[in-house]
Design a binder for this molecule. Structure first.
Ligand code: PMP
Length: 415
């Protein structure tokens, strides 16, 4: 990751003025929002775009001659164009709007999986997947008689690449892995995983939910077949996500859902399908949120992902260094060499939920629980963790307050 002094610093106080929600008291203390891996806050440009759409342009898209519909359609498709640029897809038609990461994975599992998987085939996932990149593959594997295999992790929470290579075989038809773990922060070597999977004849889906706000994404350079992410983790609205797929694959795949917009012609006997991307966008989409999403991506572009990543890395290092100083009273979970700004930990002798409640009393929002990664929790022998996850608007002062709060709790538990 780039050194912050080389790429220039961000004016975090200025950035914070763009996020109205940050400026409030919670339980009598200034809010410190450190649950960014669950969802990020939204800049004012996104909030304004939502209001503006409903006040000035609200109309259903694609199927009308009137002016409002034309405007709504234009803005909706402009968002798709921004997404295409943001992830460096070669064509806008390869960018499908979904409800989010979960829907994107289900779409691929149900459409690609149902049409391609056969008895004896294997789907390879990793031990650090979110439930949304486990369960859809379990459902389709069970239906098609395929087997789910799992790439193991080491103690630091890194994938064991030798084991990955051993698991790859001509039976492997799909490798579905997370780019960055939501529970551990680990950044996986996805480019290497993609190249090796392709050499073995498998397709690859990358779950980019946690990577997209921190790491520059270039789907062509990565070479993945599918890439999914959610707008709400990249400073955009909830209810919107993107499925990128290579045109050749998307063209072969049957529709995921039937309904309006996804058809070319319907008779009672049979129907034919619309062109990409509409074949996979049945029904009225989440027009307002898709339109507002563009402004979130523009916020990231204007701020600069490298600068964002460098700032977040500084926060992460300050936090993990601080925790390490508390010695044996803290258990760190997720100590990979290459990480996004997520740190899971436990205060020894305290249930993570209690830690979360006590933090909330101090205005600090952290997430506690299994983070929708129960198999990962089992691997580390814990029920859940406390997770702090940092975004561009977080500050070193906030990290200081967090560390003081953790320190106070360790002293309370261990007195
Ligand atoms: N994958 C990862 C790595 C995630 O962090 C999340 C959200 N926590 C998801 C998938 C699911 O995303 P969504 O709920 O937005 O569909």
């Amino acid at each position: 990751m780039t050194n912050p002094s080389v790429i220039g610093r961000l004016d975090i106080e200025k950035i914070r003025t763009l996020f109205p929600v940050l400026h409030q008291q919670v339980n009598g203390k200034p809010l410190i929002y450190l649950d960014n891996a669950a969802t990020t806050q939204k800049p004012i440009s996104v909030l304004k775009a939502l209001g503006h759409y409903y006040q000035s342009d609200n109309a259903n898209i694609h199927r009308a001659a009137h002016t409002l519909a034309a405007r709504a359609t234009e803005y909706y498709e402009a968002s798709r164009h921004t997404v295409k640029e943001f992830i460096h897809a070669s064509e806008v038609e390869e960018c499908i709007f979904t409800k989010g990461t979960t829907e994107g994975i289900n779409l691929v599992a149900q459409s690609w999986g149902r049409s391609k998987l056969k008895v004896g085939d294997e789907v390879l996932i990793s031990g650090m997947e979110h439930h949304s990149n486990i369960v859809p593959w379990q459902l389709i594997s069970e239906e098609k008689g395929a087997t789910l295999r799992v790439i193991p992790m080491n103690e630091a929470g890194e994938l064991v690449m030798d084991e990955f290579e051993k698991l790859l075989s001509p039976k492997t038809k799909m490798v579905a892995v997370v780019y960055a773990s939501n529970a551990l922060g680990t950044i996986n070597p996805v480019k290497e995983i993609i190249a090796k999977s392709h050499a073995a004849g498998a397709k690859v889906l990358i779950d980019g939910a946690q990577a997209t706000s921190h790491i520059p994404i270039d789907v062509q350079d990565l070479g993945c077949d599918f890439f999914v992410f959610s707008a709400h983790k990249v400073y955009g609205p909830t209810g919107v996500g993107v499925l990128y797929g290579k045109r050749e694959l998307l063209q072969q795949m049957p529709p995921y859902q039937g309904g309006g917009e996804m058809i070319k012609e319907v008779t009672f006997e049979q129907s034919t399908w619309n062109e990409l991307p509409y074949k996979f966008e049945a029904g009225t989409p989440n027009i307002a949120d898709v339109i507002a999403f563009k402004y979130a991506l523009e916020f990231v572009n204007e701020t600069g992902k490298e600068k964002i990543a460098a700032h977040e890395k500084e926060l992460l290092l300050a936090f993990t260094d601080g925790l390490t100083k508390f010695g044996h009273t803290i258990q760190l979970i997720g100590t990979a060499a290459n990480k996004v700004s997520v740190q899971s930990f436990l205060i020894k002798g305290q249930h993570p939920f209690d830690t979360g409640m006590l933090m909330d009393a101090k205005g600090i929002a952290v997430r506690t629980g299994h983070h929708c990664t129960q198999p990962l929790m089992k691997r580390f022998g814990v029920e859940g963790t406390v997770r702090a996850s940092f975004a561009v608007y977080n500050t070193l002062d906030e990290v200081k307050v967090l560390l003081e709060a953790v320190h106070g709790l360790t002293k309370q538990v261990n007195k």
